[in-house]
Design a protein around this ligand. Sequence first.
Ligand code: ADP
Length: 518
Amino acid sequence: MKSEHQQLLQTYFGYDSFRSGQEDIIESVLAGYHTAGIMPTGGGKSICYQIPALIFSGITLVISPLISLMKDQVDALHQNGISATFLNSSLSANEAAERLVEMKAGMYKLVYIAPERLELTHFLHQLSELDISFVAIDEAHCISQWGHDFRPSYLKIKTLLQEIPSNPVVLALTATATPVVKEDICRTLDIDLDHQFSTGFARSNLTFSVMKDENRAQFLMRYLEKNHSESGIIYASTRKDVDRISQKLANTGIKAGRYHAGMNEEERTRQQDAFLKDDITVMVATSAFGMGIDKSNVRFVLHYQTPKNMESYYQEAGRAGRDGLDSECILLYSPQDLHIQRFFIDQSQGTDEWKHQELQKLNQMKDYCFTEGCLQAFILRYFGEENPDDCGRCGNCKDNRAEMDVTTESQMVLSCMIRMGERFGKTIISQVLTGSKVKKIEEFGFQKLSTYGILSAKSAKHVADFIDYLTAQQFIEITGGQYPVLKVSDTGKEVLLGKRKVMQKELKQVQTITNIDS
Ligand code: ADP
C-alpha cells in the first residue's frame, strides 16, 4: 500500500520511488517539524518541498536566490498540473500586486520568492493576510555569515517568519554546508538535531583531479580537442581572463561563450540561453555564472585558476553531471592564484576575524591541491563527513606511482624551520635549505645554520612544493595573512622526534602534454 506522498510522487512527478533522504525530510515536515535537508546537487531537493506543498492546505513559500530559474521551475510545475507562481524583481509593481491578490484568493499552492523581496516592509506586512502553511528555503547556506555565499537578505527570513501568524513549518535545503554553517542554519531557524537530514555530499559520477606544473593554455586546448563535442564550463578568476580565453577558443573554431558581471544583462542572458540550448558547447565564465543554471549534461568543469575556498570549488565543480552520467572536474593549480587571492583578502574591508577565516579556507583549498589522498574523500571530510571511503576514481586514487619514505627530508625541513625561529614563509625557508645566496639570508645570519644548504641537491621549487605537501599533510601550520608564516604542528613534532613516518608518491616525470592523452 503506497503512502499519500508516494502516490503524489507517482501522480504528479511520474517517479516510482523516493531517492535517499527525500522521504525522511517529507515525513518530518508533514509531522510539523522545522527540518533541514542537506543533499548533493542533483539529489532531488525540490521534491522535498513540492510534495508537502501539495498536502498542506495553505500556500508554500519557496525562498530562492535563483531568480533566473524561477520561471522554469514554475513552468515545470504547471506542466505537472500544480498551481505555482513567483515574485521577483522581473515583475512590475502592478504585476506583483496582482499576484498578491491572486495568492489571497488561494490560486497558488507554491510561490517562489527572491530573498530581496523580504527587504520590502510592505510585502512582509501583506504576508500576515495570507494563509501560509510552509516556508522552504533553498540554498539555505546563504543564511550563514560563515557560508561562502552569505546574503544579508536571508537574515530577513527570521522577520518573515515572525510576520506570518500561522507559524508555518520551515524547511532549509542546501548542497553545501560545512558543519559550522549547518549549525548556524539550524540555530537561526530553530531546527532540532532530530530533524536534520543529510544524505552526504558524495557525487559518485564525478571524477576529480588536480593538475600542477602544467602549461594551462596548452592543457586546455588539448583537453578541448579531445572532448570537442562535450558541453563544459571553464571557470576563470577575472573578467579579463574570461574574455581572453573565450576569444582564443572562438579563434580556434570552438563554440565558446563567455559570462561575467562586467557584461550587460541582455548579453549575459543571451549567452546563458545559448549554452542551455547547446548552441554554445563551452562556457568560459567567472564565478558569477552558474547559480541559476540547471543544465543537466555538463560533462566537465575545468577551473583555470584555483578558487578561493572549497565551498566555492565544490559548488562550481558540482555543476557537472547533474544528469548522473560520468563527468570530470579538473582544477589547474598554480601558486600565483593563491598569492592573488591572499592579496584580495588582505586588502578587503572585512574584519580581522573574517580575514582570518578566509585565509584559513584558502589554505585548505591549497591543501586540496597538494594532498595525495583521495580528492573526493578530502571534500567529504571538509564538509564534515567522518572517515569517508576513497572514491577509487579521482586523479589521486588512480595515481599508481610507488610511495617513498621521505621522513629524513621532512625532518630536515621541519628542523630548519625551528632553527629559523618559525617566523618565516615558504620561499625563504626553501632558500635556506637549498643554500641560496640571497642577501636576506645573510642579513639574518641563516647561512650559519646547520640546515643551510642541507637540501642543496634539490631546486628551491622542489623544496617549496615539498613544504606545501607537508602542509597538506598537516605537519606544518600556516598563520599570518598576505605573508604566511609557517610553524611546525604537533604531528610535525612527532616527525621530528622520529615517532612518525612521512611517505610521498615518487616524483612525477615532468608532465608533458602527451600524458593527458594516455
Ligand atoms: P537539486 O535541487 O537537489 O539539485 P533537483 O530537485 O533539481 O535537484 O532534482 C534533480 C533531478 O532529479 C530532477 O530532474 C528531478 O526531477 C529528479 N528527481 C528528483 N527526485 C526524484 C526521484 N525520486 N526519482 C527520480 N528522479 C528524481
